[in-house]
Design a protein around this ligand. Sequence first.
Ligand code: FES
Length: 166
Amino acid sequence: MSEKEHNVSRRQFLTYTLTGVGGFMAAGMLMPMVRMAVDPVLEVGAEGDMVAVADLDELTEEPQSFPLNFEQDDGWYEAEIEETAWIYLDGDDVVALSPECTHLGCTVNWEANEDEPERFFCPCHFGLFERDGTNVPNTPPTEPLHRYEHEVRDGTVYLGRPQPQV
Ligand code: FES
């Protein structure tokens, strides 16, 4: 091999150096952007958190509306969300229903229509739900009210997020 083959020309040296430095700087700029884009996906959110809503002693067999506040991570900002839940006792079981109508999202109320006692009523399009949240046939909603995940600890009822009834 000749000595010339081992030599790096000034042009090649500059090309290698600028490529290396440029790549390093580009990685330094891109890493925060990638992290910002991916971070909310990787973070453990509040979805699994349970919120104390009521004392077990307060519950009756009649559905009652209880306020429910929780923090929600929505992308890059946190929001304080206020909801309500219809909660009642079914024997020893606690039932917690979302008040959000499964037709178009209006708020349902218990026994709000005097012609439909013992049912949840949605005033927007006259939707009806049975006590357990089942949608009444031939009314606009096509699925039951969602049920909150719940647990009872030390006499306190905790709710998670509402889930569709299957
Ligand atoms: S939104 Fe409730 S019936 Fe339409």
